[in-house]
Write a protein that binds this ligand. Structure first.
Ligand code: CA
Length: 484
């Protein structure tokens, strides 16, 4: 390639599921500005996280490594800011770098953002209204409150930074929103959106968790049942059968969620308009993704964590006119650990051997390498924590998914603490380890575990062997209970 390295505008939200974007065929909302990225570039239909929870996925994205390697296994772990990350390598190669918005990888001198010329990040989750930000300063930074709505403020910071940058050098800008993370507080502009509409329910809203591992029924993240008055912005009804409660709470929850998404979409539009106005569109890779997916009432749930599709899948759309033809769709398996190698590859910077992901630049050009992955490894470590979801690992191929629930915190920080909104929830997970196998073509909603069906014994054995192989390849270890 003879042209200059691209600018990189990396927009990432928190908990935005692909099925709440119209470019992915959403039945529940419209996202016209995100759709501009997809129609001008490529939509990835099989982009997945390797651990469906905020902090670990962010560490995987920055370092290009799995969580057992970078040490950020749970929400209670923080990232050592001396680790190698793609922004550091781009900065060393002459890029101007910045991050504004959500960081969620720790605070203080050892955990604040490094590798950035400028930054301002929310402490922890941050607030939607009048948020406090940490700005560069002594001992990991100084805190200051900024008036306004988080999504607008973060976008303003990005626009201001682009405006004052050196136009003769490429930039890498991370615009990382808090939205649409719980507790879903909308801005004033969108508060009345969907007010008199009925949002279509997902097919699996009334899931009863039969034919699944015990982990599914034990999870304390059911819409309504495991929500509080902060989630629903009203008092909880005292008496209501669970099926009615799910329906009622779904409408309240999903409308708030979609209102926060709508503000993100407006602000994506502001960034795209800026690139157009400044003649930067051709030279800029625009990425829109989220740190993981989310259950939008699917299986009767909100939240994420499980290796089930809605939570595992990350939305990923990219526009870069110099290498991506418009309106393309890719169905190869792409992972969060692949982002860092891709950005470095596009910038002409060598990918360190320690990075475990792989640049998917050939996919941007419509060419899948013959040895591209057909399966990937996943691990969720936070046994019981927050929503009583069991620790598990597994693999997904194009056709199948195999999950092993080992019901053990393995001594990881922040595990075995069954708290939701400060309350003890859910039964103890004192179950024997369990396998789940799903046929994704026949059973796309993952409603029937076929791990123990006699005619699936061959597939089960093959996938279990492949799981152990992939696990060893990325340097992780089997749980002691997982023996041949
Ligand atoms: Ca998240």
């Amino acid at each position: 390639m003879s042209h200059r390295p691209p600018n990189i505008l990396f927009i990432m939200t928190d908990d935005h599921a692909a099925h709440a974007m119209s470019c992915y065929g959403s039945r529940i909302n419209r996202t016209p500005h995100m759709d501009r990225i997809a129609s001008g570039g490529m939509r990835f239909d099989n982009c997945f996280c390797t651990n469906s929870i905020c902090t670990p996925s962010r560490a995987a994205i920055l370092t290009g490594t799995y969580n057992h390697i970078n040490g950020v296994t749970t929400l209670a772990t923080v990232m050592n800011n001396t680790l190698t990350t793609f922004p550091k390598l781009l900065q060393l190669a002459g890029y101007q770098t910045a991050i504004f918005g959500k960081w969620h990888l720790g605070e203080g001198p050892r955990h604040c953002p490094t590798g950035f010329d400028d930054w301002a990040v929310l402490p922890g989750q941050g607030f939607y209204h009048n948020p406090t930000f940490i700005f560069p300063g002594p001992n990991g930074g100084v805190k200051r409150t900024v008036r306004g709505y988080a999504t607008d403020i973060i976008t303003d910071m990005c626009l201001d930074w682009m405006e004052q940058r050196d136009p003769d050098r490429p930039f890498c800008l991370l615009c990382h929103h808090k939205a649409p993370h719980r507790p879903w507080y909308s801005d004033e502009k969108h508060a009345g959106l969907f007010l008199h509409e009925e949002i279509p329910e997902p097919e699996t809203l009334q899931d009863t968790y039969e034919h699944r591992a015990k982990a599914a029924a034990a999870a304390a993240m059911r819409v309504g049942v495991h929500m509080d008055s902060t989630d629903l912005k009203c008092e909880m009804p005292l008496e209501m059968p669970e099926s009615e409660l799910r329906r009622w709470a779904y409408q309240r929850y999903i409308k708030d969620y979609l209102r926060t998404v709508q503000s993100v979409d407006d602000n994506v539009g502001r960034l795209l308009d800026y690139l157009d106005a400044k003649g930067l569109t051709e030279d800029t890779l625009v990425v829109y993704t989220s740190d993981q997916g989310f259950f939008l009432g699917d299986h009767g749930w909100y939240d994420k964590r499980f290796m089930y599709e809605e939570s595992l899948r990350m939305p990923l759309i990219m526009r870069y006119p110099r290498e991506i033809a418009p309106g393309r769709i890719n169905r190869d398996i792409v992972l969060n650990v692949d982002f860092a190698p891709l950005f470095l590859d596009l910038a002409g910077v060598g990918v360190p051997r320690e990075m475990q992901g792989r640049s998917f630049r050939p996919l941007l050009r419509g060419s899948t390498p013959p040895d591209w992955r057909e399966a990937f490894y996943y691990r969720y470590w936070m046994n019981r924590a927050h929503h009583n979801v069991a620790a598990h690992y597994g693999i997904r191929t194009h056709a199948y998914k195999l999950i092993y629930y080992y019901y053990d915190g393995c001594g990881q920080p922040g595990t075995d603490e069954p708290l939701c909104a400060g309350r003890q929830v859910g039964p103890p997970l004192d179950f024997e380890p369990e396998w789940e196998l799903f046929d994704l073509e026949r059973d796309p909603h993952e409603m029937r575990n076929i791990a123990h069906e006699p005619e699936c014994a061959g597939v089960f054995r093959e996938l279990r062997d492949l799981l152990h192989q992939l696990q060893a390849e990325v340097g992780d270890e089997r749980h002691p209970s997982d023996r041949d």
